[in-house]
Write a protein that binds this ligand. Structure first.
Ligand SMILES: [Cu+2]
Length: 157
């Protein structure tokens, strides 16, 4: 039985490695101890005539360096523009605005984009975002690193 347990452990570690290895740039940054991983990346399915969409994900910075996410982009076949947005209370209403300075991700911290909070906004959708389809979002950081993240479209929970 302990042997089975161990192989299950190895298997799940392998699955996690395979899931995140493509999204990490630890391998390009050999002096860094930890790594940067992007997790839980998804976009909310839209209705048929929607012109905007939202993408959510988290970026875990376990490297020794502070990071700054400067901007995001998608292929023009998906949307004409992608922006970093934050939400704040204005006149007792939740308003969103573009975070033109980007977002800091200090070493050891996680930047979360989630419904109701920071989000990535797709403007000028070419077609609706349909459940089950995928597209690629590029994250551009201050150190000129770009991470390309597969985004899966899901129904909102
Ligand atoms: Cu927005």
């Amino acid at each position: 039985m302990p042997q089975l347990k161990r192989s299950l452990l190895v298997l799940s570690a392998l699955v996690i490695f395979m899931a995140y290895s493509g999204l990490s740039f630890a391998h390009e940054h050999k002096q860094a101890k930890g790594k940067v991983t992007v997790e839980n990346a998804w976009a909310r399915a839209t209705f048929a005539l929607a012109k905007t969409g939202a993408v959510y994900l988290s970026i875990d910075n376990q490297s020794e360096n502070n990071l700054k996410l400067l901007s995001v982009s998608v292929d023009s076949t998906v949307a004409s523009d992608a922006q970093l947005h934050e939400t704040q209370m204005e006149e007792e209403m939740m308003q969103m605005r573009e975070a033109t300075d980007g977002f800091e991700i200090p070493s050891g911290s996680t930047l979360e984009f989630s419904p109701g909070g920071k989000h990535i906004m797709l403007m000028g959708l070419e077609k609706p975002l349909t459940t089950g389809e995928q597209f690629v979002l590029s994250l551009r950081f201050e150190n000129n690193k770009v991470i390309r993240v597969p985004i899966e479209v899901k129904d909102a929970r």
